[in-house]
Design a protein around this ligand. Structure first.
Ligand code: KIV
Ligand code: ZN
Length: 515
């Protein structure tokens, strides 16, 4: 079985993309996670590019023992010396030297002839050989380079000591058929090719990076360069998680290849990267997107409940996600509703379920997603148990550049009485929450507040989610509110948390009407 080496460049090609820069300690944390994930080579940075990159490579080199640690270097002595300085304490150091080989890059970027580039490449590899055993050489823009020139330069750098030859599709221009042909051509025509591994490094400008990597494997490439979540220059690089899971899920096609990746660490790696960079993956991203294992359509949910293979080609557990999610929304069916109610501990008769389903559908038409708390309100209301202790009757507020935000509010109690008061705050929302506290006579601490817009445009529905600790009880109660007015949405969210809290108090400790 051919072993495919996974070379991860999240910390170099990925980090150099706009919006993805990381601090040194974050890079180390991610490198440790990449090692856990089982990547064979971690490209930790480009040592000469900045002191920050140099220090990060040095630190990562000190801590990482199982994976090789690599620095990028241009084909010159200064770059190679700096890479050596950064990597000299690494257990398994690798240098990655590159020079452009396409006529376009040679003429406009480097002002060099092919012969000059070949000479520089050979000299650099030979120089690096005095420090490094593991040398990778990249022909930048290989997919737009002359094939015969590629063969010449590859043969020469292998003779000089390169152990891995990387053929980057630097601008994401190639197609699966073309890269298959290029890799096959190189393997067939470079006389000493057996002394090195052939690698590819595909950019995703046309959305083909993963497909091209797989085509290269089938043509004989044994190293894939990739990044977590597919981050990287412009449209990014081939996504590691996609290449690996294609190899696993379609083991019928890729049965001749094995790899070291522990797929159960995929989701954790993806999440860590998003948390560090603050950039979330799109919800429909393959393997790690929020919707990758979420099912909403009634037909799909019914199929999943009978046999998950009906709509899942891999298990969420296989990539480290705890479970599939059945999103309850307007497309969901009775089966999914009944199943979720069962999980929440409610066993309903057929008639009760029918009634609940009608209410659920009415709510689902208004909301994007129906949460467990929404179901509780439906079900407890239906079973006659839900109690709304306080609801909003009136709110007015006064605010402005020279005015202290002040809210006046009336709340209707469950016995019909109207209670009113007003208060000031740092802003209208703070003033509103303080007014509720004063009316109800409860102590509360807002633990989190999230405002999202449900619909686009100026008339967007505001969706407010709060988490509140009442009366220093040690746990937080969540609430949600919706309105085109964000102050009202905030008050509704706060009251929904308060009512849930009061219901909770009542369940464990019957009250005499007072708090
Ligand atoms: O895309 C590219 O060509 C690169 C090289 C430096 C390998 O990132
Ligand atoms: Zn690149």
């Amino acid at each position: 079985m051919g072993k495919i080496v996974f070379f991860d460049t999240t910390l170099r090609d990925g980090e150099q993309a706009p919006g993805f820069s990381m601090k040194i300690e974050e890079k180390l944390q991610l490198a440790k996670q990449l090692e856990k994930l089982g990547v064979d080579v971690i490209e930790a940075g480009f040592a000469i590019s900045s002191d920050g990159d140099f220090e990060s490579i040095k630190l990562i080199a000190k801590h990482i023992k199982k994976s090789s640690v690599c620095s990028l270097a241009r084909a010159n002595k200064l770059d190679i010396d700096r890479a050596y300085e950064a990597l000299k304490d690494a257990k398994k150091p690798r240098i990655h030297i590159f020079i452009a080989t396409s006529d376009l890059h040679l003429k406009y970027k480097l002002s060099k002839t092919r012969e000059e580039a070949l000479e520089i490449a050979v000299e650099s590899v030979a120089y690096a050989k005095t420090f490094f055993n593991d040398i990778e050489f990249s022909c930048e823009d290989a997919t737009r380079s002359d094939k015969e020139f590629l063969v010449k330069i590859i043969e020469a750098v292998i003779n000089a000591g390169a152990k891995t030859i990387n053929l980057p599709d630097t601008v994401g221009y190639t197609t699966p058929d073309e890269i298959f042909e290029m890799v096959s051509y190189v393997i067939k025509n470079v006389p000493n090719v057996k002394k090195a591994k052939i690698s590819v490094h595909n950019h995703n400008d046309l959305g083909l990076a993963v497909a091209n990597s797989l085509a290269a494997i089938r043509a004989g490439a044994t190293q894939i360069e990739c990044t977590i979540n597919g981050i990287g220059e412009r449209a990014g690089n081939a996504a590691l998680e996609e290449v690996v899971m294609i190899m696993n899920v379609r083991s019928d096609i890729y049965s001749d290849f094995k790899h070291n990746i522990n797929t159960k660490e995929i989701y954790r790696s993806s999440k860590l990267l998003s948390t560090i960079t603050g950039v979330n993956v799109q919800p429909n991203k393959a393997i790690v997107g929020k919707n990758a294992f979420a099912h909403e359509s009634g037909i799909h949910q019914a199929g999943m409940l009978k046999n998950r293979k009906t709509y899942e080609i891999m298990t969420p557990e296989s990539v480290g996600i705890a479970e599939s999610t059945m999103v309850l929304g307007k497309h969901s069916g009775r089966n999914a509703l009944s199943n979720r109610l069962g999980t929440l501990g409610y066993k309903l008769s057929k008639d009760e379920l029918d009634e609940c389903f009608i209410k659920f559908k009415l709510l689902a038409d208004k909301k994007k997603e129906v949460f467990d708390e929404d179901l509780e309100v439906i079900i407890l209301g239906q079973l006659g148990k839900v109690q709304i202790f306080y609801e909003l009757d009136y709110i007015g507020f006064n605010s402005g550049t020279d005015t202290i935000p002040t809210v006046t509010m009336k709340l209707k109690k469950d016995d019909g009485t109207i209670l009113s008061d007003s208060n000031i705050g740092d802003g209208p929302i703070d003033a509103a929450f303080k007014t509720i506290e004063r009316i109800v006579g409860i102590d509360s601490k807002l633990k989190s507040y999230k405002l999202a817009s449900i619909t686009p445009g100026k008339d967007a529905q505001g969706d407010v989610t709060v988490s509140v600790e009442f009366n220093k009880c040690g746990y937080n109660t969540g609430g949600k509110g919706f309105s085109t007015d964000i102050l009202i949405a905030s008050v509704e969210a706060y009251l929904s948390a308060l009512n849930s809290f009061l219901r909770g108090v009542e369940r464990v400790k019957p009250t005499n009407g007072s708090l």
